[in-house]
Design a protein around this ligand. Sequence first.
Ligand SMILES: [Zn+2]
Ligand SMILES: [Zn+2]
Length: 355
Amino acid sequence: MRAVVIDTAQTLPRVRVMPAPVAPPGGVVVRVAATGMCRSDWHGWAGHDDDIAFPHVPGHELAGVVAEVGEGVRRWSAGDRVTVPFVCGCGRCAWCRSGQAQVCPDQQQPGFTHAGSFAEFVALHAADTNLVAIPDQVGFAAAAGLGCRFATAYRALVGRARLAEGEWVTVIGAGGVGLSAVMIARALGARVIAVDRNDEALAAAAALGADRTLRAAGHETGLASQAAGIPQAVHELTGGGSHVSVDAVGSEQACADAILSLRRRGRHVQVGLLPPIGGHPRVPMSRVIGWELDVLGSHGMAAADYPAMLQLIERGVLAPDRLIERTVGLEEAAALLPRFDRAAVAGMTMIDPTR
Ligand SMILES: [Zn+2]
Ligand SMILES: [Zn+2]
């Protein structure tokens, strides 16, 4: 099969021909129809992820068709259209059995713990726990985005922050996960402030229904607090701060801005990765204590939680395919990955491995 291979961290990935994976016991091999590129892939390429053994095939947001079924799989057969959360639980522990595979201590992550989906085929573990059937009305590209960024945004707002109708939510970072959060928050009837450095990203957020947009450097014009930064601007727009904040970037600044944008008793969800490579980030804990803020982590979403989200997609309330900005082939993906942290494209980059 053809696959994007990274020989060692921070070297140019190459498209190579290599042996296709075989289905592990309890697992399957999926023929990849669409796979998304996200900032986590870039972190992996950069050497920030200890799970990765080089040479390595990245890719963890995928959809496709079951090509081979391993021993002991009960629920799936060849030809099924499937997607998968980027965290695949072991299927045996107490967390997995209670539907919380996203925190399984023995988890597998395609594209991190083993070869991923920037390839024609990918192996997936514990299929009966982790695979999700794609409804007929949902295309492969739309489904691929669900496994990481869209489902993560959904779980952050619904499962973790319990965002309610009429509340204000501030989303910092309008990339794939941030734009997903904007779309989902609007569908839940919340009011949304999107924050980004990039005007194109803010325009995309506005098109998806963000009520207000703030540029991270330079801010919305006409606000008295323009010089005082994002938190001040959010407090002004919302009359006292946001009910919920999301850091969809993963930087010390974004995390602090998100927390300081909250009103008293607000809820912050950390979604953007903050790898401890530069030391642990400073978080404004005095505000967390004094204002009784909740600081929540969110780590993808278990397959068990997909049905409610898929129903909203089938009904057209959520339309993840609107987040796809471009589709590229494997060669282009290989060239793109090393500069993906700076690639200023609003929305998701999808890879078609047959190209
Ligand atoms: Zn991802
Ligand atoms: Zn488990």
